[in-house]
Design a protein around this ligand. Structure first.
Ligand SMILES: [Zn+2]
Length: 188
């Protein structure tokens, strides 16, 4: 959305988010050939080779196959995560957003304990994310940071970012943006 590249060259391997993959159907279409998710090495700039895939589990769904690629030069391995899967949370981004909302009827897809844990995390400060967004110097992002404040919470940041996010929703869009700006950085 704002950045097409921008990975620090020092980061070898890690996770690449395919932000434009909005659902499982599209993900499975891309699994048909290793070329569809193939990416370049952040260090060498060389096309990477398909590596062993990895399984990822989402509740109430058959396991997902996730593609990984290895650089023939430096040996870095990247995992390519479809944009609709929330990094680290083993859930779809839309399910996490639903669980964070103030709706009185919590979604049954998420255990109450899990929902509590996410909501607690949403109440913690998003300090690094806000600093990184601020450093990107985009007027739209600076307005979001000004609205939330540099000591604002993750939940407040997601809310303030919602108008910029488009149909994918703030969690997916912001997760991708932050991971491009600083690999490994996340909002939740
Ligand atoms: Zn490499």
């Amino acid at each position: 959305m704002y950045l097409s590249s921008g990975y620090p060259a020092s980061v070898k391997g890690g996770t690449v988010i395919a932000a434009d993959v909005g659902d499982r159907e599209e993900h499975e279409r891309r699994l048909a050939s290793p070329d569809h998710y193939r990416t370049e090495c952040r260090i060498c700039g060389r096309p990477m080779h398909a590596h062993a895939t990895r399984q990822r589990t989402l509740p109430d769904e058959p396991p997902l196959e996730i593609r990984r690629y290895r650089c023939p030069d430096c040996g870095g391995v990247v995992t390519v995560l479809p944009g609709y899967v929330a990094r680290h949370l083993h859930q779809k981004t839309e399910t996490v957003e639903e669980a964070l909302s103030e709706a009185p009827e919590p979604p049954r897809r998420v255990a109450p304990r899990t929902r509590r844990r996410w909501r607690e995390r949403a109440r913690t400060a998003a300090t690094v994310a806000l600093q990184v967004l601020s450093a990107l110097r985009s007027p739209a992002l600076l307005a979001v940071v000004a609205q939330v404040g540099l000591d604002g919470t993750r939940g407040a940041l997601l809310d303030a970012f919602r108008p910029l996010a488009g149909p994918r929703g703030p969690l997916a869009t912001l997760t991708n943006l932050l991971n491009l700006a600083l690999p490994g950085l996340r909002v939740m």
